[in-house]
Each structure stands twice: as structure tokens, then as C-alpha cells.
Design a protein around this ligand. Sequence first.
Ligand code: AMP
Ligand code: ZN
Length: 461
Amino acid sequence: MTALTLYDTLSRRKRPFEPIDPERVTLYVCGPTVYNYAHIGNARPAVVFDVLARALRHIYGADKVIYARNITDVDDKIIASSRETGEPIEAITTRYAEIYRQDMGSVGVAMPDIEPHATQHIPQMVAMAAKLIEDGFAYEAEGHVLFSVNSFDGYGKLSRRSLDDMIAGARVEVAPYKKDPADFVLWKPAADDEPGWESPWGRGRPGWHLECSAMTAEHLGETFDIHGGGVDLVFPHHENEIAQSVCAHGGKAMANYWIHNGFLTMGTDKMSKSLGNVQLVHDLVKEHPGEVLRYALLTAHYRAPLTWTSDLLAKTRRSLDRIYGVLRRLADVEAADVTAPQEFLDQLFDDLNTPKALSVLFQIASRANKAETEEERARAKGELLAAGALLGLGQGDPDAWFGLTDIDPAEREQIDGLIAARNQARADKDWARADAVRDELNALNVQVDDGPEGSTWRKQE
Ligand code: AMP
Ligand code: ZN
């Protein structure tokens, strides 16, 4: 069996993945701050880590993997949104958390096993901050609790920044109560009209970094296997998570593998709300099948940038037409109960090389299409479905993909007859007849495309 290798940001190399306990493989990904719609760039980590979770479940067993993705439901931006709209915070966070689940579901992302909410772990956060103060890693100042970066030798290791760089990069105006400009907040005071919890340092709320350190320790343990997120989280978020967790847990590593996805870009710019160039998943799924968006997100290696264009979506749709075209041609074949072929796993398990895995998926599709015996067809179809399942692609009903499920059976029969007649005409090289039949199909609102695996057709809305 091929071993999974993963590129670890902390050690800056690709390493064979070895879980602490193969009976309980643990994965944590920083989830959304719930106050607005997710854009397609935000969907990239959700899809990438969904594929990683599928790979881990394939190797260790579905029930041996614990995937946690949190919900940040206390944050300055949420408070600002509530002030602006007058809507209570809880109403905002509940609604957008649900929208996030739905939007990610529409691009084929399975729910994580655990979805911890920050506001449900305040006592654990208070306890962690108190322990860090007690052990000399943090200090209280004016109702704030700050982590003292000088107290931790390992600070800057993940992002490979020196403290001098960080100070130079810190905002010009440094809060006067900080001992070092790079010290960061574990706890801060809450104004009367802000959400807050009682603590030894007065009524306040946690810093964002502390949330993840407390929730991972609670659900996955002091040291867990894999921690993921977008590359923008390396500094300061993950650097600070490491500082808090390592210092609160007697020097133990927080996670053994740190995995980061690259940006989705529009031209040369990162897609981001602040640049105003976002395309929301919520809107995109009105124009495109969610599976097209998912496939498009997997066309680049997860660590590479991915340029988002309408051309990419058009190309992706044609690729899925080919896969579903083959599956439709094999609709009557019972798929063999097989796993994904080795050459596919070799690519996927090589640091999730999805572009190469997709190209192997096409080789399987084309083998399935050319298969001559019933046995070969059954095997190839089984392999195509099994490989597709690891990517979360090609699992739908081929008829539904081509818009053929809601049509009247008599019309369906008529279409099938015309398609067969056209295929025969093409086989006979009777192009005039083939074109005439195509016109008849077009008159029925059926669009026909001739591709390398033969023709596909779809009913236009
Ligand atoms: P944010 O809402 O900015 O905290 O982002 C939520 C998640 O999406 C984080 O893991 C970010 O790293 C990731 N993310 C945000 N923008 C992009 C982008 N343009 N491309 C890829 N990942 C992104
Ligand atoms: Zn986090």
C-alpha cells in the first residue's frame, strides 16, 4: 500500500504520514468566522481538507478519523456587524454557520466529525490563559492577558520569522501595556454592550488564537496529528496557536503536521473581501453545478496558487461531461466492488497531488469506455467510482447530470432512439444523416457534443 506523504510547513519538507494512534487519527482545520457568506477562496481549504479526510478514512477506516473544524462565533467583525444591522449576535452567527454548512455541502464537503463553537469553550480558554500566566508565559495588563513572546524560544519557527522582523512588521502604534510589541492577546476586556464572560481578569472575551488552542486540546488532545488552514494563517494565527499550546502543555508539540493551502486568485490578486474581488459560493452555485466548482478547486495542487476564471469553469464542466458520459454509457453495467487503482492512489497520496490524480481518473474513464468484455467494464466502472469517491467527484446520477431525470419517458425513448441512430450514422460515416439527426435532437432541446469518449448529450433547460 502506498504511504501517504504530506508537506509539513513546520519542517519545510514532505514527510511520510505517521499518526500518533492509527485507531484515532486526528485532523483540525480552522473554520469560518460566521458573519457573512463564504467566497470560493474560503471554499478551497474546505474542499482540500475534505479530500485529505477522505484519504485518511480510506487508509485508516472511516470511523478511525476524527476531523474537527471549528466555528468562530465571537469576534470583532461579528460584533461590528451586529452593531450595524441591529441583529443580535447569536442570530447572525447561527444563520451564517448554517449557510456555511449548506454552501460547503453544495461543493461536496462532508460535515466534519466535530464542529466546536468558540463560545461553548470559554472555561477551557480561561483555564489555559490562567495556566500560561501561572507558568510565566503570559501576563495581565489593564484587563488584558498577553502572551509574552520572549518567554518561548520556539516563537517564529513555523513562519520562520525572527522577533526583529515581527517587531518591524508590527503596527506603528503599539498598545502601551505590551511588554514587547510582538506580544499578542489571549484575553481582552469586553465593553458593556459587547459579548463577554466573567474571568479572573474581569469581564472579557478570548483572543482568536486562544480559541483554537483550547478547542484542539479539548477534542483532539494536547498533541494531535494534522493541523490545517490557508497559508495566510501561518502567521500570526498558527504561530500563536503553537506558542500557547506548547507552553500550556509542558513543551509538547501541538500538531505533528502543519498543512497549508495556497490562495485562490483573481488575476494576480488573492480573492479577498478587502480587495472587493470575491465570488460567493452562494451565488456561484446558482450558475454552476457545485461539482464543477469542486472539480475546479482540485485542478491545481493545493499548495500552488489557483487562478479562478470563467474559462476554468467551462473546461471543468466539459471534463465532468466526459466522466458522466462514460458512466451513462455504462449505466447498465454493475460496478465491481473494487478499490481505487494503485496508480491513482500513488498520485493522491503523494502530498494530495490532485491534478495528477485527476489525469489518472481520465485514464480510468477512457479504459472503462474502451473495455470490451463485461468483466472489464464492471471492473473499470468500479475503479472509476472508487477513485472518484476519494475526490468527491462522479458520484451522482449520470442522467441527472445531463438534465434527463425529469423528462417524460416517451420523450426519453425518442431521444435515446435518435442518439442511437446518430451513432450508427457516424459509424457508417454518413455525415449528412448524422447532421440531420442532430438537427432533430436540437429541435427537442437536446444538445450533442462529440468528445474523445464518444458523444454526450444533455437536455437544455
Ligand atoms: P477568513 O474568512 O479570511 O478567515 O478565511 C477562512 C479560511 O479561508 C482560512 O483558512 C483562509 O486561509 C482561507 N482563505 C481565505 N481567502 C482565501 C483565498 N483567496 N484562497 C484560499 N484560501 C483562502
Ligand atoms: Zn485556528
